[in-house]
Design a protein around this ligand. Structure first.
Ligand SMILES: Nc1ncnc2c1ncn2[C@@H]1O[C@H](COP(=O)(O)OP(=O)(O)OP(=O)(O)O)[C@@H](O)[C@H]1O
Length: 314
């Protein structure tokens, strides 16, 4: 478990992280989402003890990162935005070096390395010099280093940066499998990645927490008044009764793709739910409902809304 209280990081006059508080529980995947310069990497660097905070508190599994850095760091595996790789080492030499730094048990060290290499699919390049690897492979070596020894908390800054689509899918699957036993924090600009992989999202904007919730709840909170899309077996004239239903704010009817059907987009008045009335009205008017689904906001819309970028775009 990670507890962060009133975390602040200042660089001169620039406040990179501004009074951030959050609690991250074991066994979940958390996403840090935010525009460039929002403070995601700075926050991760402070959680891992890579850089010191200006003020505030970070407790990792009961250990204060400032007062007991060694005990706190032992719980964490970290893939920074730019992985600190040694170009003149082979992959295996580098992981051996990382295992020594992490003070992994000597008897199980080799098995830990083997497992990390297998999971990140780098076993076949283990004797290659890191300088001769592609960016995608280097990223995977960094990831192998982060998961080496399977620390309880795994923090990944942009873990899929530089990977090709197939590798991205593999790494996302790996992250999902890690979540069974570990707390995973990842940062990403890629909204689909966050919504696919994360249980819970922290949206950070200008160093502050702009919103935090599950992906589903974030979408729902912002969807405001309910909007539904329907396909009805009727002509456009036959569905005029929809407009008169109680609780309907707007109703837009267009011809359906299939002959004899219409597409209808209906929005509810604030706080109203017209679905039951709609059902009975359709029965009364002999109008079969072929399909009805809620229109939910995408995470992109949520993101733009809470970071204020929507206003900036206008
Ligand atoms: N070492 C540093 N010295 C001065 N300013 C810094 C330093 N590191 C980060 N910053 C500033 O702190 C702010 C937050 O940067 P940070 O790298 O944490 O953002 P980020 O959300 O990770 O963005 P990105 O996705 O682009 O990496 C930015 O304004 C950045 O310029």
């Amino acid at each position: 478990m990670i507890e962060i209280q009133h975390l602040v990081k200042k660089y001169g006059n620039n406040t990179a992280v501004n009074d951030l508080s959050m609690v991250l529980k074991a066994g979940k995947v958390y996403g840090f989402l935010g525009p460039n310069g929002a403070g995601k990497s700075t926050t991760m660097n402070m959680i891992t003890g890579y850089i010191g905070a200006t003020s505030g508190e970070i407790i990792i599994n009961g250990h204060d990162i400032r007062k007991e850095p060694a005990a706190a760091k032992k719980c964490i595996g970290y893939l920074p935005e730019v992985p600190p790789l040694y170009m003149d080492m082979t992959v295996e030499e580098y992981l051996k070096f990382a295992a020594e730094l992490k003070q992994l048990n000597k008897h199980t060290r080799y098995a830990d390395m083997k497992q990390a290499m297998e999971l990140t699919k780098i076993t076949d390049v283990k004797n290659r010099m890191i300088r001769n690897l592609s960016k995608g492979y280097r990223q995977r070596v960094g990831l192998a280093q982060a998961i080496l020894g399977f620390p309880e908390i795994i923090i990944l800054d942009e873990p899929t940066a530089g990977l090709d689509p197939k590798q991205i899918i593999e790494i996302r699957d790996l992250i999902k499998s890690l979540s069974q036993k570990h707390t995973v924090i990842l940062s990403s600009h890629i909204l689909s990645e966050i919504s696919e992989v994360c249980d819970y999202v922290f949206i950070i904007s200008k160093g502050r927490l702009a919103a935090d919730d599950t992906v589903e709840n974030l979408k729902q909170k912002l969807s405001g008044d309910a909007v539904f899309e329907l396909i009805l077996k009727a002509s456009e004239e036959e569905v005029s009764f929809l407009q008169d239903l109680k609780g309907v704010a707007s109703c837009h009817v267009t011809a359906g793709r299939q002959e004899g059907t219409v597409n209808v987009k209906m929005a509810a008045k604030s706080g109203e739910d017209f679905r039951e009335d709609l059902f009975y009205a359709c029965v009364q008017n002999d109008t079969p409902i072929l399909q009805m689904q809620p229109v939910s906001h995408s995470l992109e819309e949520v993101f733009l809304e809470v970071t204020g970028e929507k206003e900036e775009q206008k």
